[in-house]
Design a protein around this ligand. Structure first.
Ligand SMILES: *[C@@H]1O[C@H](CO)[C@@H](O)[C@H](O)[C@H]1NC(C)=O
Ligand SMILES: *[C@@H]1O[C@H](CO)[C@@H](O)[C@H](O)[C@H]1NC(C)=O
Ligand SMILES: *[C@@H]1O[C@H](CO)[C@@H](O)[C@H](O)[C@H]1NC(C)=O
Length: 450
């Protein structure tokens, strides 16, 4: 859409409707790749204690992803994880609505009777029993049950829990989940703790914009355009603090933008337009009934052209990347020196053109955690390109390069800005948006023979 123009209403309307209607502009990808499903994990023990706070682990070993949920129970609720005392249990029967736990000995049953006496002391006292395994927890492998009372059979060594299935959010006063790489194991070799890796590589080379209205023909084409690299994230979702993450980059996170801008006709005033280029879903994560994260990568470019003479095609290319290992935390600025490299430069003839293009690649990680919408991500504005080609026929060109008709003055400036956001919200929100860093440089300032 135009931000600034005194062009005719016809041009305004035509450009705007083109941007929203053209199939070339928004290249939608096929259906989202399937989410990775994390499985319950953890070590069993013989701890029968009721708790007001507990931790639950899920992993996806193939991907090295590890999630650690911390739940604080509501008033009047105590947590009892089946895993914590599984070493003193012989079997668990979930075939009826009640859950019957058979202990390995009379001593263990007696210990349970003592540890769990609290639930029978008042009608309001509730235990949340978190069952493990297919038979009691179905597909998700881990299922909370709300327990009102417990009956004991000292002959059979069983405890029968009067239970009904409960949703996680129904008993959580507060909760947070940290999703990261598998933690270091063993004591000998210091194994590196990995992060959740999100690959943001995407090629979008091809024509991205073209229109002819009121005598102006404007085209933008990408000969080599892509986003690249991997974002390694350590994410914490919290009911009290929203979406938080610390991130490091690898595989030269950044973007290459080699564009040709063609303009012909008579431009009476500056044109400015917003071009959606692509929007694509990346593979996310699911932890049954607890959390779902669905990343979305999208690219939008702001383009403007403030003047040109005659028919002009200007080609400029820039690659902007962050050094591998660049680290930052959503919400906190940091000093990163991006690498900005020229990729190509050309001009079709003896003309002047002044234009700018700012592509913004946004990675949005929208999550639902206990039914709460949380969102976080980054927006990489790179390269922010400003190009000025001034032909010798123009005053600016003459001042810079003299009167030779074969020379054109060129100035190309390129910048990189990284913004990040995180907090509460849905897939299109950018809460707590902060600038992480910005940097810019002049790539070319020269007289070019055409
Ligand atoms: C899970 O997180 C809690 C709270 O941060 C921590 O105390 C505990 O050690 C973690 N457990 C594992 C197995 O990582
Ligand atoms: C360019 O040419 C014009 C007129 O021919 C002259 O006035 C001007 O001084 C020249 N400029 C330079 C930098 O030579
Ligand atoms: C911004 O972040 C803070 C925590 O860092 C959070 O408490 C707050 O709710 C967030 N704001 C929004 C709009 O999500």
């Amino acid at each position: 859409m135009f931000v600034k123009s005194s062009a005719s209403a016809g041009l305004l309307v035509a450009l705007f409707s083109y941007a929203s209607a053209s199939p070339v502009l928004l290249k939608r990808e096929p259906a989202a790749p399937a989410n990775l499903v994390l499985s319950p994990a953890g070590n069993g023990g013989s701890d029968l204690k009721l708790a007001t706070q507990d931790n639950f682990i899920w992993t996806h070993e193939d991907q090295g992803i590890y999630a650690n949920l911390t739940v604080t129970a509501n008033q009047g609720v105590r947590l009892l994880s089946a895993l914590s005392f599984q070493n003193v249990v012989e079997s668990v029967d979930c075939s009826s609505q009640d859950v019957t736990v058979k202990f390995d000995s009379a001593t263990s049953l007696k210990a349970a009777q003592t540890a769990w006496a609290w639930v029978n002391q008042a009608p309001a006292n509730t235990i949340i029993y978190i069952a493990e395994g297919d038979t009691c927890a179905g597909d998700s492998g881990r299922q909370p049950f709300s327990v009102e009372s417990i009956a004991y059979d000292t002959t059979a060594n069983t405890a029968t829990l009067a239970a009904t299935k409960a949703a996680w959010k129904s008993f959580a006063q507060d909760a947070s989940i940290r999703i990261s790489g598998t933690p270091a194991t063993g004591t000998s070799a210091r194994s590196v703790s990995k992060d959740v890796a999100i690959d943001v590589s995407h090629d979008f080379s091809g024509p991205i914009y073209s229109t002819t209205i009121d005598g102006v023909t404007l085209g933008i084409s990408c000969s080599t355009c892509n986003t690249q690299g991997t974002l390694n994230a350590d994410i914490t979702l919290s009911l009290s603090d929203g979406f938080e993450a610390s991130v490091t980059t690898s595989n030269s996170l950044g973007a290459t933008f080699e564009v040709s801008l063609t303009a012909s006709g008579g431009l009476s005033s500056p044109l400015s337009t917003n071009i959606p280029i692509f929007s694509t879903a990346l593979a996310g994560f699911t932890i049954a009934d607890v959390v779902t994260i669905g990343p979305q990568l999208q690219l939008v470019a702001d383009a403007s052209i403030s003047s040109f003479t005659a028919s002009a095609t200007a080609t400029v290319g820039v690659e902007a990347t962050l050094p591998d290992g660049s680290g930052f935390t959503l919400g906190q600025g940091v000093n990163i020196s991006p690498v900005i490299q020229a990729k190509g430069l050309g001009l079709s003839g003896q003309v002047s053109i002044a234009a700018s293009i700012v592509p913004t690649a946004t990675l949005q990680l929208a999550a639902t955690f206990f039914d709460e919408g949380l969102v976080g991500g980054i927006a990489l504005k790179a390269p922010q390109l400003t190009a000025n080609f001034a032909g010798a026929a123009s005053t600016a060109g003459e001042t810079a390069c003299g009167n030779s008709t074969a020379e054109v003055s060129v100035e190309i400036d390129a910048g990189v800005e990284l913004d990040a956001f995180g907090g509460f919200g849905g897939a299109t929100d950018e809460p707590n948006l902060t600038k992480i860093f910005s940097a810019s440089t002049t790539l070319w300032k020269a007289c070019l023979v055409v």
